[in-house]
Design a protein around this ligand. Structure first.
Ligand code: NAD
Ligand code: 6OD
Length: 486
């Protein structure tokens, strides 16, 4: 059986405790590997390696040297594209068509974009008058923040991890990554690429394990960590924020969502249906930016629901490497039980199940996987748990609305504030409504169209801080003002 070890100080390290856990493919339940669970010892070693690397060759490198290395990391991922692709697809069950267009290319692009960002980043200067008339100049120096703990989820493992590691390394920090226990493979493989690209030992470290009483908690409470960047559930974000409070460490939190799509009667219906199908069902509904609430203007409600139903029923569930597959499984049996509990609850609450609502029959080995039907409901009250809580599965509730103010209020009636999608051909309305939606990103006539220079993050319970472009530099560096009296 393949073993996945921790990656510490440029080498692969077994768990001293001998503790391992299985890595299982959610598509068919097969064992992929055994993973060495990092205990306090391995987390200590990883943090010490990261701290040591700050003082070594890495800390002395010029920005141009770091940028050249980060380009090599990106090229290294692309050179081993198929290995990363297979590892990601087996860990998650997601289709090749998705991972080859999104996960792996973005995993590589995240290194280049932040290399370019740091290379082109300037800082402020202020010339000031002084009472003696000689004046002074203030200029800011952007310096690495230190050792960054990077705690990641399982839904887009390489993409979301490199979205943090890319800017951290560009800024001259060192990292200790804690991948999700469900998806350890690509973070581990990246260690080889880092070594081949010439990233000095200790700059990139990976500790595997779980959250509480395991690698996640050991890492985020470690006094040698200077800042924590986290993507995952809001409740985990709250725990991490508490851990970060000790020692006043900085945090970046990208958490859950309950995102609304709004479809106005003047929308291009083909685009709106296609976009909503993607936003509700891509990655089997396991995208934090995905749509779980759809509001459709009443004149087109019935037609929209009928077309969404047809689209959902045309999704092809299957093996990751089958070119016909458009939807994979959920990540685990535990997560399927959670999503199915919402499916049952929706029926108990009297929802109309437009399509789906259960577990599909899958052929052969796939019958052992965590499959679930794409599901559409109508008819629930806006205050029902189905409309209020993040489910993180391939499902959405569709409700009609009658006017703009009403739908803005409905869309904003949530504790979350991550993303939204508006569908209208009326440009004036599009700007007017976008400005009033409480979300960190509002897509109009599109979904998951990403320019990596733009601010990314959530309002309310969806997170704290923004990442992307120079916003990432704000988190991954310390600004120091130097005041020069002339
Ligand atoms: P999760 O919060 O369960 O786990 C995320 C990571 O945190 C894992 O590595 C886990 O081991 C670790 N962890 C758990 N408890 C911890 C603790 N007490 N201390 C330290 N580490 C701990 O999230 P998940 O189930 O992996 O991912 C799904 C969630 O992530 C959804 O809520 C989704 O909306 C959210 N998400 C948000 C974004 C975003 O950009 N806002 C992106 C992707 C996913
Ligand atoms: O595209 C990104 O940069 C990003 N952070 C996407 C998050 C997706 C959530 O599942």
């Amino acid at each position: 059986m393949k073993e996945i070890k921790n990656f510490i100080n440029g080498g692969y390290v077994a768990a001293a405790s001998g503790k391992t856990f299985p890595n299982v493919c959610p598509a068919d339940g097969r064992s992929l590997s055994v993973v060495h669970e990092a205990g306090r010892d391995e987390v200590d070693q990883a943090v010490a390696a990261a701290r040591g690397a700050l003082k070594g060759e890495w800390g002395r490198m010029s920005v141009n040297e770091r940028v050249a290395i980060l380009y090599k990391v990106a090229d290294g991922i692309n050179a081993r594209f198929d290995e990363f692709l297979e590892a990601e697809c087996l860990d998650t069950g997601k289709p090749r068509s998705l991972a080859s267009h999104i996960d792996i290319p973005r995993g590589a692009a995240n290194f280049k974009i932040f290399a370019d960002t740091i290379k082109n980043a300037g800082t402020e200067t202020f010339v000031m008058d002084t009472p003696d008339g000689t004046g002074a100049i203030n200029y800011a120096l952007r310096q690495p923040k230190g050792v960054i703990a990077v705690v990641c989820p399982w839904n887009l493992p390489l993409l979301l991890m490199t979205w943090k590691v890319g800017p951290a390394l560009a800024c001259g920090d060192t990292v200790v990554v804690k991948p999700s226990e469900e998806t350890p493979s690509t973070a581990t493989l990246l260690g080889e690429v880092m070594n081949d690209a010439g990233v000095p030992a200790g700059v990139y470290n990976v500790v595997n394990g779980f959250g509480p009483d395991s690698a996640g908690a050991f890492l985020t409470s470690h006094p040698g960590v200077d800042a924590i960047t986290f993507t995952g559930e809001t409740v985990t974000g709250e725990h991490i924020m508490q851990a970060a409070a000790v020692g006043l460490r900085d945090i970046s939190l990208e958490c859950g969502g309950k995102n609304a799509a709004i479809v106005f009667a003047d929308a291009d219906l083909d685009k709106a249906v296609e976009g909503t199908l993607r936003s509700a069902f891509a990655n089997c509904g396991q995208v934090c930016l995905g749509t779980e609430r759809v509001y459709v203007e009443r004149p087109i409600f019935d037609e929209f629901v009928a077309r969404l139903k047809r689209g959902a029923e045309n999704m092809s569930l299957g093996a990751w490497d089958d070119p016909a597959t458009t939807m994979g499984p959920l990540i685990s049996e535990e997560h399927r039980n959670k999503v199915l509990s919402y499916y049952r609850k929706a029926e108990e609450l009297g929802a109309t199940v437009v399509t789906g609502g259960g577990v599909p029959d899958m052929p052969g080995d796939l019958a052992r996987g965590c499959w679930i039907q794409p599901t559409i409901w109508t008819g629930l009250a806006e205050d029902s748990v189905i409309v209020k809580e993040e489910i993180f599965g391939p499902c959405c509730h569709v409700a009609p609305f009658d006017d703009e103010d009403e739908v803005i209020a409905m869309a904003n009636d949530t504790h979350y504030g991550l993303a939204s999608a508006l569908w209208t051909e009326n440009v004036t309305r599009l700007h007017r409504v976008a400005a009033q939606i409480d979300a960190g990103i509002v897509w109009t006539n599109s979904w998951f169209l990403r320019d990596l220079r733009t601010p990314f993050g959530g309002m309310k319970m969806s997170g704290i801080g923004r990442e992307g472009g120079h916003y990432s530099l704000e988190f991954y560096t310390e600004l120091k003002n130097v005041c020069v009296k002339l």
